[in-house]
Design a protein around this ligand. Structure first.
Ligand SMILES: [Zn+2]
Length: 64
C-alpha cells in the first residue's frame, strides 16, 4: 500500500521536493516508503502542533 497525498509546494522555497511526515510505528510498508524517500517518520504518535510536511530542499517543516 503506497502512501498517497496531494503534495503541496514548499511555502518557503516553493520547491516540490516535499514529503509527508508520518506519525506511526514503523512497519514494513512504512519502512519501504521511507527507504524510497516518499515519507519520513516524525515519531510513533501524532501530537498537536506537529508538522505534516517537510521540504527536502530547505528542510522547512510546516502544518498543512
Ligand atoms: Zn523548501
Amino acid at each position: 500500500m503506497a502512501i498517497q497525498f496531494l503534495k503541496p509546494n514548499c511555502p518557503k522555497c516553493r520547491g516540490t521536493n516535499v514529503v509527508p511526515i508520518v506519525y506511526a510505528e514503523m512497519d514494513s510498508n512504512l519502512r519501504q516508503e521511507v527507504a524510497a524517500g516518499r515519507a519520513i517518520v516524525g515519531g510513533n504518535f501524532y501530537e498537536e502542533g506537529n508538522p505534516d510536511w517537510v521540504c527536502k530542499t530547505c528542510q522547512f517543516k510546516w502544518i498543512d
